[in-house]
Design a protein around this ligand. Structure first.
Ligand code: ADP
Ligand code: ADP
Length: 229
């Protein structure tokens, strides 16, 4: 279980416009953290920096105590699993979609891995089995079903760090609450970062960081932040 440290991170996409202004925070190993804040606050930028799609202008990002600039890109990608808002599925079976990226793994192996990773609650709620064709030439899944497959696809790799970037934001409230309940179990005792623009759309977290215009506005537990209004 690795920790994540942002140490005085300054970043901007363009030379004269800073997006993150010396951002510092630490997600201790095995803890579920959330980042909330208005659209444009810089939340997804944090995820992009973790993947090294970009590097900070100054400051450091550490995973498990190691500067990520010293970590091989392949190790970094293996260490971090991400569930984005709108996951794109392949026109293939659910099993193929969940197993994509695992070299040569057949559906049976993927299914076993999914069960091992306690994904049954995600999979059981899908009306069809692993060999169901989905997408253009098969069954059209609902937004919620698609996200369940996308979450399973990420979890089956058992990433040490999990990032949920508005993973349920596109769903209706009821579906969102159902999936959040599953995500709560999945993020418990796992180093994770849930990104959302509303407090109500994150699974219960150990700590919530409120980001505003690239700065930490406040942080606390769900209850503490609600009390402060
Ligand atoms: P959030 O996830 O909180 O909505 P983002 O991290 O996506 O915010 O974006 C933060 C700011 O950075 C926004 O003002 C956005 O317009 C800007 N931004 C995001 N991506 C780029 C990019 N590739 N080039 C220039 N500006 C960008
Ligand atoms: P894999 O075959 O293991 O899915 P990829 O090269 O497709 O590997 O992606 C590596 C990691 O980067 C995955 O966790 C993926 O979800 C994430 N990723 C890919 N594209 C983006 C993106 N545009 N924004 C954020 N994360 C991304």
């Amino acid at each position: 279980e690795p920790s994540i440290v942002f140490d005085d991170v300054v970043f901007g996409y363009e030379p004269d416009r800073r997006i993150l202004h010396g951002l510092s925070f630490e997600v201790p190993a095995g803890q579920a953290f959330a980042i909330v804040g208005p659209s444009g606050a810089g939340k997804s930028t944090i995820a992009r920096l973790l993947f090294r799609f970009y590097d900070p202008l100054s400051g450091r990002i550490l995973i498990d105590g190691q500067d990520i600039r010293e970590v091989a890109q392949s190790s970094l990608r293996a260490a971090i699993g991400i569930v984005p808002q709108d996951s794109v599925l392949f026109n293939d079976t659910i099993g193929y979609n969940i197993g994509y990226g695992r070299d040569g793994a057949g559906v049976a192996k993927i299914e076993a891995a999914a069960r091992g990773a306690a994904l049954t609650s995600l999979i059981e709620r899908l009306p069809q089995g692993f060999d169901t064709e989905v997408g253009e030439r098969g069954l059209k899944l609902s937004g919620g079903e698609k996200q369940r497959v996308a979450i399973a696809r990420t979890l089956v790799k058992n990433p040490p760090i999990l990032i949920l970037d508005e993973a349920t934001s596109a769903l209706d409230t009821r579906t969102e609450q159902e999936i959040l309940a599953t995500l709560h179990r999945v993020t418990e005792h796992r180093t994770s970062l849930s990104i959302a623009h509303r407090l109500s759309t994150i699974a219960d977290a150990d700590r919530i960081l409120v980001l505003n215009e690239g700065r930490l506005a406040e942080s606390g537990t769900h209850a503490q932040l609600l009390r402060q209004g």
